[in-house]
Ligand binder design. Structure first.
Ligand code: CAO
Length: 424
């Protein structure tokens, strides 16, 4: 038994934001039918290809536990199949460019008439307003959502982050909206529209930076390094390098081996509650009673001196030794883990966060499993579908088409060629 057992999802998503959402729904137990253009499929199938002829990792890592059905949504028989899917499904998820679903003939009003209980969930780049018609990708959302202007160092340009907060972050927001709408439907009996604009999702994740924007009116942000460096603040929340976003100063510091290893670094937080232990660990016990260092207020203008001394110590240890020494003392530290280290991490494999998946075209590959762990809804990650692998199965088993009808649909050209699927 899974949390979303029995929920059927018409997955009209592509690229990253939408597929992240429907992959999560699939992991929570929903039956997800990924609708793809015949012979073409999701554009990511053939993007960043590392194994010629095989679906890319971009596609496989975002489309686990789904079934694939090819449908040309602009063909009359294709529209008939889509209408049957809308009648049957609980949720339709899409992240087309604005207006594309309407142009296919499936406006919200039309969909509601077909199935008043269906939830129609969309990712768009922007919410209603002057940018509502724009096509948007990850980095556009990061920039328009305030992330880029607040990421990076003070003396450098705005930076985008490696975490896909615009795409995957919005997919997460959308999944929550869908699950809540399913719950509300239990009482209202009706579906609803769920919209997650990427700009809004990024702004939500940058909440603390809008906090700081307002705090600026009350004076300089004393926990920012630039305060101690005597650099005046401007009108907007500045880029803060690796300063911690909270009230406890933190920085990324070099560790043993940094000269040759680009990831030999640790994050180190000088949490006020453990300041005295920090002083002992780094060999500065005199700072415990020195009025220049004994209180957080006194320390804030001296962060460069303080983190310089801590770094003198961390550079004598590996990032893992720093963890081993500081964790028992409750000093919060975090090693800068490379993707190679994450891929090889036995603990992450044991919890199913890093999984090895077998694929008929690729062979085994690594993926990120479900990051949400539920005691009564276990997740088994299964490979992404090949293009149109389940077309005949979905027509027959889910939509109840007879063999003759399946044949008719294939002959209409609406669902691509019948497939002989490679064995796993
Ligand atoms: N059968 C027939 N036509 C299909 C189809 C199918 N199964 N699936 C899609 N199409 C058509 C669409 O109807 C659309 O046709 P029209 O332009 O005639 O309406 C066309 O394919 C292109 O769809 P699109 O505009 O969504 O795709 P794109 O590659 O041009 O743009 C993207 C991609 C992501 C920029 C755009 O979809 C978008 O802005 N989506 C919303 C925001 C978003 O999710 N962005 C993040 C993507 S992840 O980085």
């Amino acid at each position: 038994m899974k949390a979303l057992d029995g929920i059927k999802v018409l997955d009209f998503t592509h690229v990253q934001s939408g597929p992240t959402c429907t992959q999560l729904l699939a992991w929570l137990g929903a039956d997800v039918f990924k609708v793809e253009r015949p012979g073409v499929g999701d554009a990511t199938r053939k993007q960043l290809v590392d194994k010629p002829g095989a679906d890319s990792l971009y596609f496989t890592m975002l489309n686990h536990n789904k079934r694939s059905i090819e449908i040309n949504s602009k063909n009359e028989t294709g529209k008939e199949v889509l209408t049957r899917l809308i009648e049957t499904c609980d949720v339709l998820v899409e992240n087309f460019a604005p207006g594309a679903l309407d142009r296919m003939g499936f406006s919200w009003e039309t969909i509601q008439k077909i199935n008043p209980r269906i939830i129609v969930a969309s990712v768009k780049g922007f919410g209603p307003g002057k940018y509502q018609d724009c096509k948007v990708y990850e980095n556009v959302a990061q920039c328009a959502g305030g992330s880029a202007s607040t990421t990076g160092f003070l003396d450098g340009p705005p930076l985008v982050t490696g975490a896909q907060i615009g795409d995957s972050g919005t997919g997460l927001h959308l999944a929550l909206g869908i699950v809540a709408a399913l719950y509300q439907r239990e009482r209202s009996g009706r579906g609803q529209k769920v919209l997650a604009p990427m700009q809004d999702g990024v702004i939500n994740l940058c909440r603390v930076k809008l906090r700081d924007q307002q705090r600026l009116e009350a004076g300089p942000l004393t926990e920012y390094s630039q305060f101690g460096e005597g650099i005046p603040f401007g009108e907007a929340t500045p880029r803060a390098g690796n300063d911690s976003g909270g009230g406890q100063p933190g920085r990324i510091l070099r560790c043993k081996g940094w000269e040759t290893d680009p990831n030999a670094y640790t994050y180190f937080i000088t949490q006020a509650a453990v300041w005295e232990k920090v002083c002992d660990v780094i060999g500065k016990p005199e700072w415990k009673t020195d009025p220049d260092f004994a209180t957080l207020k006194a320390r804030l203008p001296r962060l460069n001196q303080i983190f310089g001394a801590i770094e003198d110590w961390t550079m004598t240890k590996t990032k893992f030794e720093v963890m081993d020494i500081c964790n028992p003392l409750d000093i919060p530290v975090g090693p800068i883990l490379s993707m190679k280290e994450i891929a090889e991490d036995e603990g992450l494999r044991a919890t199913g966060t890093i999984v090895e998946v077998e694929h008929p075209e690729r062979g085994p590959y690594l993926s990120v499993g479900c990051p949400i762990k539920m005691s009564d809804s276990p997740v088994e990650v299964t490979r992404s579908p090949l293009l149109g692998e389940h077309t005949a199965q979905i027509l027959a088993e889910v939509l109840g088409y007879s063999p003759e009808e399946v044949d008719r649909v294939y002959r209409s050209g609406a669902v691509g060629e019948p497939k002989t699927v490679a064995a796993d």
